[in-house]
Design a protein around this ligand. Structure first.
Ligand SMILES: Cc1cc2nc3c(=O)[nH]c(=O)nc-3n(C[C@H](O)[C@H](O)[C@H](O)COP(=O)(O)OP(=O)(O)OC[C@H]3O[C@@H](n4cnc5c(N)ncnc54)[C@H](O)[C@@H]3O)c2cc1C
Length: 483
């Protein structure tokens, strides 16, 4: 695509917008086409229960907003207001104790106490101290040599420890292991597994390094900041436009697709070479999430006062209980007590609901394309740690795994919010084994979604890498992203 000047980006998720901003700043004429009537994909925020209650449709808490090299280069923290809570996550246990993930590793270790507190600190200290190098490594293709070796080497060794049968050896009590699996279970999969352990360690380390921020007003603020920058550099977004075939894009010089693997197969169809198509067809979807959003009449009456100020809460009990629930999901069953990730953003950001009211965001893991509605199970599990919670519910909206494709993004079809199973093999082959997996065999066509390296989460890195590959291929220098 040597003379490329007019580029289309299909999809306005964080990766599509990261690509669009990069290309517009490089001087290309960029148009983003978005199927939904709004921008943002997994970072959209909308009133889906009652007027005045703003709910994040997908991503709600954003460790990578601080740790992602793309967002650091973009200066996200200078463009939007982020609240970083003192406690990144809380994890109530069946015996009444709570694991508290402070934005301070020593304080967290002290709260765990005793030998396990020290073991937790020893596990995470070298990663927390090298968080930039580890983030750089974790957001780069796994095929490649990391720039700094010490951080990634320690991170890899610790992931190996937690991702194998050794995961039981470091701790004696329940609190620390529950906290670790609570972070690993942000990704769906069985435990212990290397990919789960790696993702969990990264999340735990960010919790104790810079913390887990929430954008004031909702995740939409991230998308809006990207769109503002895109428009400032001459680009534009058209919403309500679904691309169904690559032929519709023939008028452009290049295309960056913020679509998952099934989306690429649908759009490109027989135009893809047979070998590549076969490789894409081998790419496996992950299991799903079933989500509920609620408008609440008041704050959740958690028994532990610390949880009343903690936006992110992990429910599901001990490590053994969560591992068992995840095993059941992997076998295609709905666990009685699924792992529940709960976010109550209004405890730090009252702007998202009318005065005195609150919003709740929670999802549980379920098999791919399950039509199970998690509302009742989630309500009962919250009620165990917050008696009286049920009486506060003013309205609720369920998004079942089968609803995500229609209601949020085709990239989350079947509720697979990782756009492809998170396994070690698929973290290397994402979606194919290549140092530049964003380049498709079709001239001028790139794929940018979380189905590509470095994988899911709101970090913009897949989009940034895809745009960088396009710029490399056209000998256009990489632009600065800072305001
Ligand atoms: C319930 C849920 C909770 C999550 N929680 C978190 C969290 O707390 N923190 C976090 O970091 N991550 C979270 N994630 C993951 C995160 O949202 C995704 O990893 C991220 O959004 C992926 O970004 P993307 O740009 O690749 O795709 P998407 O965000 O899915 O964006 C793709 C966009 O492209 C559009 N599109 C696709 N195909 C077409 C087409 N053919 N024509 C036109 N438009 C098209 C879609 O409508 C969509 O807007 C969550 C996801 C879900 C579903």
């Amino acid at each position: 695509m040597p003379d490329s000047r007019r580029v289309v980006v299909v999809g306005s998720g964080p990766n599509g917008l990261a690509a669009a901003v990069t290309l517009a700043r490089a001087g290309l004429e960029v148009e983003v086409l978005e199927r939904n009537g709004w921008v943002g994909g997994g970072t959209a925020t909308r009133e889906i229960t009652l007027p005045g209650f703003r709910h994040d449709l997908a991503g709600a808490v954003h460790p990578m907003a601080l740790a992602s090299p793309f967002f650091q280069a973009f200066g996200l923290t200078d463009r939007i207001e982020l609240v970083v809570p003192e406690v990144s996550f809380g994890h109530p246990l069946p015996d009444g104790r709570t694991g508290r993930g402070y934005r301070d590793l020593d304080r967290t270790a002290a709260a765990i106490g005793g030998r396990d507190g020290e073991a937790y600190r020893d596990l995470l200290r070298p990663i927390v101290d090298r968080i930039d190098a580890v983030s750089q490594f974790a957001t780069s293709p796994l095929i490649g040599v990391p720039k700094h070796l010490a951080g990634p080497a320690i991170y890899g060794a610790r992931s190996l420890e937690l991702g194998t049968y050794l995961w039981g050896l470091r701790f004696r009590d329940e609190v620390a292991p529950a906290m670790l699996i609570g972070c690993s279970a942000h990704t769906i999969g069985q435990h212990p597994r290397l990919a789960m352990a790696g993702a969990g360690l990264m999340l735990s380390a960010t919790a104790h390094a810079a913390g887990w921020p929430l954008p004031v007003g909702g995740s939409q603020a991230i998308a809006d900041a990207l769109v503002a920058d895109l428009e400032h550099h001459g680009g534009r977004v058209r919403t309500g436009v679904e691309v169904t075939d690559l032929r519709e894009l023939d008028g452009y010089d290049g295309a960056v697709l913020d679509v998952a693997v099934p989306g690429l197969l649908r759009l490109a169809g027989d135009r893809l070479p047979a070998g590549y198509r076969r490789a894409l067809k081998r790419f496996k979807h992950g299991n799903g999430v079933s989500k509920v959003d609620m408008a609440l009449d008041g704050p959740i009456p958690w028994t532990d006062p610390v949880l009343r100020e903690t936006p992110t809460i992990h429910l599901g009990g001990t490590r053994a209980q969560i591992a068992d629930a995840e095993r059941q999901v992997a076998r295609g069953r709905i666990p009685d007590r699924p792992y529940i990730l709960l976010v109550q953003p209004t405890v730090v950001d009252p702007s998202r609901a009318p005065a005195g009211k609150h919003v709740l965001w929670a999802y549980g893991h379920v098999p791919y394309a399950s039509d199970h509605d998690i509302t009742e199970r989630a309500t009962a599990m919250i009620e165990e740690h917050a008696p009286g919670f049920r009486d506060l519910i003013l309205a609720s909206t369920a998004t079942r795994a089968t609803d995500f494709e229609r209601a949020v993004s085709p990239n989350f079809a079947g509720g697979d919010f990782s756009s492809g199973a998170v396994t070690m093999t698929q973290m290397i082959k994402r979606p194919v084994a290549s140092p530049t997996p964003w380049r498709t065999p079709l001239d001028g066509v790139y794929i940018a979604s979380g189905a590509t390296s470095p994988g899911p989460s709101v970090h913009g890195m897949s989009g940034w890498w895809a745009a960088r590959t396009l710029l490399d291929d056209t000998n256009i220098p990489l632009p600065s992203l800072s305001a």
